[in-house]
Design a protein around this ligand. Structure first.
Ligand SMILES: [Zn+2]
Length: 311
């Protein structure tokens, strides 16, 4: 049974950094956002985190071979069609039910089966006892809950909704696409609504009995070594002080990873500063700051964020 640490939360909440740091620990293997592997890697052959094109990466070649007898055996359009049928945010109420509707059981098992196959193969190829999928999407986590053969543990990363909203207004280029393509941008209203929906969905997942550990990104950064030790324990791994030598309170030293897809930070190698980015406190206009604060007030309060943001 593959043990999977699924990193969930709304994008721009720090999930990629947390995945990269966890991936440095012995016994862990970070896979990136597996949800995008079908389209961006198998179909479009975008770059792996190691820098090679997906089709030229030895790690993913071995994983594809073991999981499916080669990636060419995977019907990407079938996977994408399944995703459309079962893994949308609007499907969460159905996925979170005590029992699945009859006509959905097979579809969800088929869809989740593709992920199980990858997790198992990646664990074998890497020799790791835990694989990390930072797909983030709450609907996928709800699908994986139904997958046989997965020991699913979810790290739910939350970051102050106003910081997240500010981040979604910024332009970020996707280097792996190679054509100057940019990452999606959202208005603060849109990201505030998404923040509520996705975070609530992870709360629901926990109430359905899935092990979910919530991490406040800002708190994690205040003491990353402690945060990593706790998350490793949650994943069932013991880490020694020496295992954490790559990270201090100010910075971490990162090695290349075979991250399938995700935030451009997955290409970062070497020293990275670990710093809270509070730019939003001055850069997000006060009206938008108040709007996001009001829309997200109940969960911000529940997570322990102060509602009045001082500059
Ligand atoms: Zn690679």
């Amino acid at each position: 049974m593959a043990r999977v640490l699924y990193i969930g939360g709304l994008g721009r909440s720090g999930t990629t950094l947390i995945e990269r740091l966890l991936g440095e620990l012995p016994g862990m293997c970070a896979l990136g956002e597996v949800v995008h592997l079908w389209q961006r890697d198998i179909r479009d052959d975008e770059r792996c985190g190691c820098g090679a094109a997906f089709s030229a990466c030895d790690f993913w070649d071995a994983v594809g071979e073991r999981a499916f007898g080669g990636w060419h055996q995977v019907d990407v359009y079938r996977v994408l069609a399944l995703r459309e049928m079962v893994e949308r945010t609007r499907h969460i109420p159905r996925l979170a039910a005590a029992r699945l509707p009859e006509d959905h059981v097979e579809l969800i098992e088929e869809y989740a089966g593709y992920y199980s196959a990858i997790y198992e193969a990646a664990a074998m190829v890497s020799g790791a006892s835990v694989v990390i999928d930072s797909s983030k999407h709450s609907a996928l986590a709800h699908c994986l809950r139904w997958a046989p053969g997965i020991d699913l543990r979810v790290v739910h990363v939350v970051r102050d909704a106003r910081g997240v909203a500010y981040s979604w207004t910024k332009t970020v280029v996707r280097p792996e696409a190679g054509d100057g393509a940019e990452m999606t941008r959202y208005s603060p209203t849109r990201s505030a609504l998404l923040w509520n929906a996705h975070n609530a969905a992870f709360g629901l997942l926990a109430r359905r009995g899935v092990p979910v550990r919530r991490v406040r990104y800002e708190q994690f950064l205040a003491d990353p070594r402690r945060g990593l030790r706790e998350l490793a324990g949650f994943a069932g791994l013991d880490v020694s002080a020496a295992d954490l030598d790559f990270v201090t309170e100010e910075r971490a030293e990162l090695k290349p990873v075979h991250s399938a897809a995700g935030n451009p930070m997955r290409f970062t190698v070497g020293q990275v500063p670990l710093r809270r980015d509070d730019t939003w406190r001055s850069a997000l206009p006060p009206t938008q700051r108040r709007l996001v604060g009001a829309v997200c007030a109940p969960l911000l309060r529940a997570y322990g964020y102060p509602l009045r943001s001082s500059r």
